[in-house]
Design a protein around this ligand. Structure first.
Ligand code: NAP
Ligand code: ZN
Length: 353
Protein backbone atom coordinates (compact mmCIF):
# COMPACT_ATOMS: atom_id res chain seq x y z
CA UNK A 1 0.00 0.00 0.00
CA UNK A 2 1.36 3.40 -1.00
CA UNK A 3 1.52 6.15 1.59
CA UNK A 4 0.50 9.54 0.18
CA UNK A 5 3.46 11.87 -0.28
CA UNK A 6 6.11 9.15 -0.19
CA UNK A 7 8.03 7.67 -3.09
CA UNK A 8 7.80 8.42 -6.78
CA UNK A 9 5.47 7.48 -9.61
CA UNK A 10 5.27 7.67 -13.41
CA UNK A 11 3.17 10.38 -15.07
CA UNK A 12 2.70 11.66 -18.63
CA UNK A 13 2.92 15.42 -18.77
CA UNK A 14 4.95 18.40 -19.91
CA UNK A 15 7.34 21.08 -18.65
CA UNK A 16 6.35 23.70 -21.21
CA UNK A 17 3.57 24.37 -23.67
CA UNK A 18 3.73 23.66 -27.37
CA UNK A 19 2.43 20.80 -29.47
CA UNK A 20 1.99 17.21 -28.42
CA UNK A 21 5.71 16.53 -28.82
CA UNK A 22 6.10 18.29 -25.45
CA UNK A 23 4.57 15.31 -23.65
CA UNK A 24 7.09 13.15 -21.83
CA UNK A 25 7.18 10.30 -19.36
CA UNK A 26 7.94 11.89 -15.99
CA UNK A 27 9.06 10.53 -12.65
CA UNK A 28 7.37 12.65 -9.99
CA UNK A 29 6.50 12.43 -6.29
CA UNK A 30 3.37 10.53 -5.29
CA UNK A 31 0.84 13.26 -4.37
CA UNK A 32 0.05 14.20 -0.81
CA UNK A 33 -3.64 14.31 0.16
CA UNK A 34 -5.64 16.77 2.22
CA UNK A 35 -7.99 15.71 5.04
CA UNK A 36 -10.99 15.60 2.68
CA UNK A 37 -9.19 13.89 -0.19
CA UNK A 38 -8.38 10.34 -1.16
CA UNK A 39 -5.40 8.95 -3.02
CA UNK A 40 -6.61 7.04 -6.08
CA UNK A 41 -4.40 4.34 -7.57
CA UNK A 42 -5.16 4.98 -11.23
CA UNK A 43 -6.04 1.90 -13.32
CA UNK A 44 -7.34 3.75 -16.39
CA UNK A 45 -7.36 7.36 -17.59
CA UNK A 46 -9.20 8.53 -20.70
CA UNK A 47 -7.97 11.11 -23.18
CA UNK A 48 -10.18 14.09 -23.92
CA UNK A 49 -9.64 16.85 -26.42
CA UNK A 50 -8.97 19.12 -23.42
CA UNK A 51 -5.65 17.29 -23.00
CA UNK A 52 -4.55 18.65 -26.38
CA UNK A 53 -5.77 22.14 -25.49
CA UNK A 54 -3.94 21.89 -22.13
CA UNK A 55 -0.51 21.42 -23.72
CA UNK A 56 -1.17 23.68 -26.69
CA UNK A 57 -2.72 26.75 -25.16
CA UNK A 58 -4.03 26.57 -21.58
CA UNK A 59 -0.91 28.07 -20.02
CA UNK A 60 -3.05 30.51 -18.03
CA UNK A 61 -4.73 27.61 -16.18
CA UNK A 62 -1.75 25.38 -15.41
CA UNK A 63 -0.74 25.90 -11.77
CA UNK A 64 2.84 24.52 -11.87
CA UNK A 65 5.24 22.45 -13.95
CA UNK A 66 5.67 19.69 -14.70
CA UNK A 67 1.94 19.38 -15.31
CA UNK A 68 0.06 16.26 -16.22
CA UNK A 69 -3.52 16.14 -17.41
CA UNK A 70 -6.15 13.47 -17.52
CA UNK A 71 -9.51 14.79 -16.38
CA UNK A 72 -11.09 11.36 -16.52
CA UNK A 73 -9.75 8.54 -14.38
CA UNK A 74 -10.79 5.37 -12.59
CA UNK A 75 -9.02 3.11 -10.13
CA UNK A 76 -9.02 2.00 -6.53
CA UNK A 77 -8.85 4.01 -3.34
CA UNK A 78 -5.29 3.67 -1.98
CA UNK A 79 -5.56 5.96 1.07
CA UNK A 80 -8.21 8.20 2.65
CA UNK A 81 -7.83 11.58 4.32
CA UNK A 82 -8.61 11.89 8.02
CA UNK A 83 -11.98 13.60 7.53
CA UNK A 84 -13.21 11.28 4.74
CA UNK A 85 -16.06 8.93 5.55
CA UNK A 86 -17.90 6.45 3.34
CA UNK A 87 -14.87 5.37 1.30
CA UNK A 88 -12.33 2.66 2.09
CA UNK A 89 -9.09 1.49 0.58
CA UNK A 90 -9.78 -0.91 -2.27
CA UNK A 91 -13.07 0.71 -3.35
CA UNK A 92 -13.46 0.87 -7.16
CA UNK A 93 -14.03 4.48 -8.17
CA UNK A 94 -14.32 6.84 -11.11
CA UNK A 95 -13.87 10.58 -10.70
CA UNK A 96 -16.07 13.58 -11.47
CA UNK A 97 -13.51 15.77 -13.29
CA UNK A 98 -15.03 19.09 -12.17
CA UNK A 99 -14.08 20.77 -8.90
CA UNK A 100 -16.52 23.36 -7.59
CA UNK A 101 -16.62 25.37 -4.38
CA UNK A 102 -20.08 24.42 -3.12
CA UNK A 103 -20.60 27.84 -1.58
CA UNK A 104 -20.88 30.43 -4.39
CA UNK A 105 -24.31 31.58 -5.58
CA UNK A 106 -24.22 29.23 -8.59
CA UNK A 107 -23.20 26.16 -6.58
CA UNK A 108 -25.92 26.96 -4.05
CA UNK A 109 -28.42 27.07 -6.94
CA UNK A 110 -27.27 23.65 -8.16
CA UNK A 111 -25.45 25.12 -11.19
CA UNK A 112 -22.02 23.73 -10.36
CA UNK A 113 -20.60 24.18 -13.88
CA UNK A 114 -21.17 27.94 -13.52
CA UNK A 115 -19.19 27.96 -10.24
CA UNK A 116 -17.21 31.15 -9.63
CA UNK A 117 -14.26 28.98 -8.56
CA UNK A 118 -14.67 26.32 -11.24
CA UNK A 119 -11.74 23.99 -11.89
CA UNK A 120 -11.28 20.83 -13.95
CA UNK A 121 -8.83 17.99 -13.52
CA UNK A 122 -6.55 18.11 -16.53
CA UNK A 123 -6.69 21.89 -16.95
CA UNK A 124 -6.33 23.53 -13.53
CA UNK A 125 -5.31 20.45 -11.57
CA UNK A 126 -3.03 17.55 -12.25
CA UNK A 127 -5.06 14.58 -13.30
CA UNK A 128 -5.05 10.88 -13.97
CA UNK A 129 -2.21 10.46 -16.47
CA UNK A 130 -0.21 9.11 -13.56
CA UNK A 131 -0.05 6.13 -11.24
CA UNK A 132 -1.75 8.04 -8.41
CA UNK A 133 -3.99 11.09 -8.09
CA UNK A 134 -5.20 13.16 -5.15
CA UNK A 135 -8.97 13.60 -5.45
CA UNK A 136 -11.57 15.31 -3.21
CA UNK A 137 -13.74 12.55 -1.73
CA UNK A 138 -16.85 14.33 -2.96
CA UNK A 139 -15.68 13.76 -6.56
CA UNK A 140 -15.71 9.98 -6.24
CA UNK A 141 -18.23 7.86 -8.13
CA UNK A 142 -18.68 4.22 -7.17
CA UNK A 143 -18.23 1.83 -10.13
CA UNK A 144 -20.50 -1.24 -10.42
CA UNK A 145 -18.53 -4.52 -10.35
CA UNK A 146 -19.34 -5.40 -13.95
CA UNK A 147 -18.01 -2.13 -15.42
CA UNK A 148 -14.31 -2.34 -16.40
CA UNK A 149 -11.96 0.44 -15.32
CA UNK A 150 -11.39 1.65 -18.89
CA UNK A 151 -15.12 2.11 -19.52
CA UNK A 152 -15.56 3.84 -16.16
CA UNK A 153 -12.62 6.17 -16.86
CA UNK A 154 -14.00 7.03 -20.30
CA UNK A 155 -17.45 7.97 -19.01
CA UNK A 156 -17.75 11.01 -16.71
CA UNK A 157 -16.59 13.95 -18.83
CA UNK A 158 -18.27 13.00 -22.09
CA UNK A 159 -21.45 11.62 -20.58
CA UNK A 160 -22.03 14.58 -18.26
CA UNK A 161 -21.22 17.08 -21.02
CA UNK A 162 -23.42 15.48 -23.66
CA UNK A 163 -26.33 15.03 -21.25
CA UNK A 164 -26.28 18.61 -20.02
CA UNK A 165 -26.05 20.01 -23.57
CA UNK A 166 -28.88 17.92 -25.00
CA UNK A 167 -31.24 17.50 -22.10
CA UNK A 168 -30.69 20.28 -19.56
CA UNK A 169 -29.73 23.09 -21.93
CA UNK A 170 -31.37 22.24 -25.29
CA UNK A 171 -34.38 20.46 -23.74
CA UNK A 172 -34.34 17.87 -26.53
CA UNK A 173 -37.67 16.05 -26.80
CA UNK A 174 -38.52 12.55 -28.10
CA UNK A 175 -40.49 13.84 -31.09
CA UNK A 176 -37.61 16.03 -32.29
CA UNK A 177 -34.83 15.62 -34.86
CA UNK A 178 -31.20 16.12 -33.89
CA UNK A 179 -28.04 16.92 -35.85
CA UNK A 180 -24.73 16.08 -34.15
CA UNK A 181 -21.65 17.73 -35.68
CA UNK A 182 -18.40 16.03 -34.61
CA UNK A 183 -20.38 12.91 -33.73
CA UNK A 184 -17.51 10.42 -33.72
CA UNK A 185 -15.62 12.17 -30.91
CA UNK A 186 -15.89 11.39 -27.23
CA UNK A 187 -18.68 13.85 -26.52
CA UNK A 188 -20.33 13.34 -29.91
CA UNK A 189 -20.69 9.57 -29.72
CA UNK A 190 -22.19 9.80 -26.22
CA UNK A 191 -24.59 12.48 -27.48
CA UNK A 192 -25.74 10.10 -30.21
CA UNK A 193 -26.32 7.29 -27.71
CA UNK A 194 -28.10 9.42 -25.12
CA UNK A 195 -30.34 10.92 -27.81
CA UNK A 196 -31.13 7.50 -29.27
CA UNK A 197 -31.34 5.30 -26.16
CA UNK A 198 -32.52 7.67 -23.42
CA UNK A 199 -34.35 10.60 -25.01
CA UNK A 200 -35.48 8.40 -27.93
CA UNK A 201 -35.48 11.20 -30.47
CA UNK A 202 -37.15 10.81 -33.81
CA UNK A 203 -34.28 11.09 -36.32
CA UNK A 204 -30.55 11.60 -35.80
CA UNK A 205 -28.35 13.20 -38.45
CA UNK A 206 -24.60 13.22 -37.86
CA UNK A 207 -21.49 14.39 -39.67
CA UNK A 208 -18.15 12.68 -40.08
CA UNK A 209 -15.20 12.48 -42.45
CA UNK A 210 -14.42 8.85 -43.37
CA UNK A 211 -16.28 5.67 -44.37
CA UNK A 212 -14.95 3.81 -41.34
CA UNK A 213 -16.24 6.50 -38.97
CA UNK A 214 -19.55 6.58 -40.86
CA UNK A 215 -20.00 2.86 -40.20
CA UNK A 216 -19.27 3.45 -36.51
CA UNK A 217 -22.03 6.08 -36.36
CA UNK A 218 -24.56 3.90 -38.16
CA UNK A 219 -23.87 1.13 -35.65
CA UNK A 220 -24.55 3.59 -32.81
CA UNK A 221 -28.00 4.38 -34.20
CA UNK A 222 -27.50 7.44 -36.40
CA UNK A 223 -30.20 7.44 -39.08
CA UNK A 224 -28.42 9.64 -41.63
CA UNK A 225 -24.63 9.87 -41.61
CA UNK A 226 -23.30 12.73 -43.74
CA UNK A 227 -19.70 12.71 -44.94
CA UNK A 228 -18.87 16.41 -45.05
CA UNK A 229 -15.84 15.73 -47.23
CA UNK A 230 -18.28 14.63 -49.99
CA UNK A 231 -21.07 17.17 -49.64
CA UNK A 232 -21.95 20.35 -47.77
CA UNK A 233 -23.71 19.00 -44.71
CA UNK A 234 -26.35 21.71 -44.19
CA UNK A 235 -27.54 21.32 -47.76
CA UNK A 236 -27.79 17.56 -47.24
CA UNK A 237 -29.78 18.01 -44.02
CA UNK A 238 -32.07 20.40 -45.86
CA UNK A 239 -32.71 17.79 -48.57
CA UNK A 240 -33.17 14.94 -46.13
CA UNK A 241 -35.69 16.90 -44.06
CA UNK A 242 -37.65 18.09 -47.15
CA UNK A 243 -36.49 21.65 -46.44
CA UNK A 244 -37.90 21.52 -42.93
CA UNK A 245 -34.59 21.62 -40.98
CA UNK A 246 -33.78 19.90 -37.69
CA UNK A 247 -35.03 20.98 -34.27
CA UNK A 248 -31.66 20.87 -32.49
CA UNK A 249 -28.05 20.97 -33.70
CA UNK A 250 -25.29 19.97 -31.25
CA UNK A 251 -22.02 21.44 -32.43
CA UNK A 252 -18.81 21.19 -30.38
CA UNK A 253 -16.59 21.68 -33.42
CA UNK A 254 -17.06 25.38 -34.24
CA UNK A 255 -14.86 26.76 -37.02
CA UNK A 256 -16.31 26.43 -40.47
CA UNK A 257 -19.09 24.13 -39.21
CA UNK A 258 -20.75 26.92 -37.21
CA UNK A 259 -22.83 28.73 -39.85
CA UNK A 260 -23.84 25.51 -41.68
CA UNK A 261 -25.15 24.19 -38.34
CA UNK A 262 -27.43 27.23 -38.14
CA UNK A 263 -28.53 26.68 -41.74
CA UNK A 264 -29.54 23.11 -40.89
CA UNK A 265 -32.03 24.32 -38.26
CA UNK A 266 -35.77 24.89 -38.64
CA UNK A 267 -37.24 28.26 -37.66
CA UNK A 268 -37.19 28.39 -33.87
CA UNK A 269 -34.49 25.68 -33.74
CA UNK A 270 -31.77 25.45 -31.08
CA UNK A 271 -28.01 25.41 -31.66
CA UNK A 272 -26.15 24.13 -28.61
CA UNK A 273 -22.37 24.24 -28.22
CA UNK A 274 -19.95 23.00 -25.62
CA UNK A 275 -16.70 23.26 -27.57
CA UNK A 276 -14.76 24.83 -30.42
CA UNK A 277 -12.35 22.12 -31.58
CA UNK A 278 -11.88 23.66 -35.05
CA UNK A 279 -11.78 27.28 -33.87
CA UNK A 280 -13.57 29.63 -31.46
CA UNK A 281 -14.00 32.65 -33.75
CA UNK A 282 -15.80 31.54 -36.90
CA UNK A 283 -17.80 33.96 -39.03
CA UNK A 284 -21.41 34.00 -37.97
CA UNK A 285 -24.66 34.86 -39.77
CA UNK A 286 -26.74 37.15 -37.62
CA UNK A 287 -29.57 37.25 -40.15
CA UNK A 288 -30.10 33.53 -39.72
CA UNK A 289 -30.33 34.01 -35.96
CA UNK A 290 -33.05 36.65 -36.15
CA UNK A 291 -34.91 35.63 -39.31
CA UNK A 292 -35.19 32.01 -38.20
CA UNK A 293 -35.45 33.08 -34.56
CA UNK A 294 -32.81 30.60 -33.42
CA UNK A 295 -31.71 29.98 -29.85
CA UNK A 296 -27.93 29.71 -29.44
CA UNK A 297 -27.15 27.89 -26.20
CA UNK A 298 -23.86 27.41 -24.40
CA UNK A 299 -23.22 24.39 -22.20
CA UNK A 300 -20.27 23.40 -20.04
CA UNK A 301 -19.65 20.06 -18.39
CA UNK A 302 -22.42 19.17 -15.98
CA UNK A 303 -24.12 20.09 -12.75
CA UNK A 304 -24.05 17.54 -9.95
CA UNK A 305 -27.61 16.57 -10.90
CA UNK A 306 -26.68 16.20 -14.59
CA UNK A 307 -23.79 13.85 -13.80
CA UNK A 308 -25.69 11.81 -11.20
CA UNK A 309 -28.45 11.24 -13.72
CA UNK A 310 -26.30 10.65 -16.81
CA UNK A 311 -23.69 8.35 -15.29
CA UNK A 312 -26.45 5.91 -14.33
CA UNK A 313 -27.10 5.37 -18.06
CA UNK A 314 -23.54 4.08 -18.34
CA UNK A 315 -23.62 2.04 -15.17
CA UNK A 316 -26.89 0.31 -16.22
CA UNK A 317 -25.66 -0.31 -19.79
CA UNK A 318 -28.12 1.99 -21.60
CA UNK A 319 -25.19 3.88 -23.12
CA UNK A 320 -21.52 2.93 -23.29
CA UNK A 321 -18.45 5.00 -24.03
CA UNK A 322 -16.78 3.01 -26.81
CA UNK A 323 -13.12 2.41 -26.00
CA UNK A 324 -11.51 2.32 -29.42
CA UNK A 325 -7.96 1.67 -28.21
CA UNK A 326 -6.00 1.37 -24.98
CA UNK A 327 -2.38 2.40 -24.44
CA UNK A 328 0.26 1.86 -21.76
CA UNK A 329 1.52 5.09 -20.22
CA UNK A 330 4.79 4.80 -22.13
CA UNK A 331 2.83 4.69 -25.41
CA UNK A 332 1.72 8.27 -24.79
CA UNK A 333 3.12 9.60 -28.09
CA UNK A 334 0.95 7.22 -30.13
CA UNK A 335 -2.11 7.97 -27.98
CA UNK A 336 -1.92 11.74 -28.38
CA UNK A 337 -0.99 11.43 -32.06
CA UNK A 338 -4.09 9.28 -32.73
CA UNK A 339 -6.33 11.94 -31.17
CA UNK A 340 -4.57 14.90 -32.80
CA UNK A 341 -4.71 13.26 -36.25
CA UNK A 342 -8.45 12.63 -35.87
CA UNK A 343 -7.99 8.90 -36.27
CA UNK A 344 -9.98 8.23 -33.12
CA UNK A 345 -13.65 7.50 -32.84
CA UNK A 346 -15.08 6.93 -29.40
CA UNK A 347 -12.47 6.99 -26.64
CA UNK A 348 -8.74 6.44 -26.25
CA UNK A 349 -7.68 5.26 -22.80
CA UNK A 350 -4.43 4.74 -20.89
CA UNK A 351 -4.49 1.55 -18.84
CA UNK A 352 -2.18 0.88 -15.88
CA UNK A 353 -1.65 -2.47 -14.15
N1 NAP B 1 -17.40 22.68 -22.26
C1 NAP B 1 -17.06 21.53 -21.69
O1 NAP B 1 -17.23 21.33 -20.50
C2 NAP B 1 -16.47 20.47 -22.54
C3 NAP B 1 -16.44 19.15 -22.08
C4 NAP B 1 -15.92 18.16 -22.92
C5 NAP B 1 -15.44 18.53 -24.19
N2 NAP B 1 -15.47 19.83 -24.57
C6 NAP B 1 -14.99 20.23 -25.91
O2 NAP B 1 -15.75 19.51 -26.87
C7 NAP B 1 -14.96 19.24 -28.01
C8 NAP B 1 -14.98 17.74 -28.30
O3 NAP B 1 -14.23 17.09 -27.28
P1 NAP B 1 -13.91 15.54 -27.39
O4 NAP B 1 -13.04 15.19 -26.24
O5 NAP B 1 -15.17 14.79 -27.63
O6 NAP B 1 -13.02 15.55 -28.75
P2 NAP B 1 -12.58 14.38 -29.72
O7 NAP B 1 -12.88 13.06 -29.07
O8 NAP B 1 -11.19 14.68 -30.15
O9 NAP B 1 -13.58 14.55 -30.95
C9 NAP B 1 -13.56 15.64 -31.79
C10 NAP B 1 -14.34 15.27 -33.06
O10 NAP B 1 -14.60 16.47 -33.79
C11 NAP B 1 -14.54 16.18 -35.17
N3 NAP B 1 -13.87 17.27 -35.88
C12 NAP B 1 -14.41 18.00 -36.87
N4 NAP B 1 -13.58 18.96 -37.26
C13 NAP B 1 -12.47 18.86 -36.51
C14 NAP B 1 -11.24 19.57 -36.47
N5 NAP B 1 -10.97 20.59 -37.31
N6 NAP B 1 -10.32 19.19 -35.55
C15 NAP B 1 -10.56 18.17 -34.72
N7 NAP B 1 -11.72 17.45 -34.71
C16 NAP B 1 -12.66 17.79 -35.61
C17 NAP B 1 -13.80 14.87 -35.36
O11 NAP B 1 -14.67 13.96 -35.98
P3 NAP B 1 -14.80 13.77 -37.56
O12 NAP B 1 -13.41 13.65 -38.14
O13 NAP B 1 -15.59 12.52 -37.65
O14 NAP B 1 -15.53 14.97 -38.05
C18 NAP B 1 -13.52 14.37 -33.93
O15 NAP B 1 -13.97 13.05 -33.76
C19 NAP B 1 -13.57 19.81 -27.71
O16 NAP B 1 -13.48 21.10 -28.26
C20 NAP B 1 -13.55 19.87 -26.19
O17 NAP B 1 -12.66 20.81 -25.69
C21 NAP B 1 -15.98 20.80 -23.77
ZN1 ZN C 1 -19.12 27.52 -6.61
Amino acid sequence: MTTPGTGTMRAVGFHEHGDIDRFELLTVPVPTIGPEEVLVEVRAAALNHQDLFAVRELDHYVPEYPFWGGGDMAGTVAAVGERVSGWETGDRVAVDPTITCGTCRFCRAGEQSMCENYEVFGEHRKGGFAEYAAVPAENLLSIPDEIPFETAAAAPMVTGTAWRALSTRAGLEPYEDLLVVGATGGVGHMAVQLAREVINVDTIYATTSTEEKAAFLSDLGVDHVIDYTDEEFSRRVWELTDKRGVDVAYNSVGGETWVPSMRALRPGGRLVTSGATAGPNPPTEIRLVFVRQLDVLGSTAHSATDLDRAIEFVWDGTAEPVVQETFDLDEYAAAFRTMADREAYGKLVFTLD
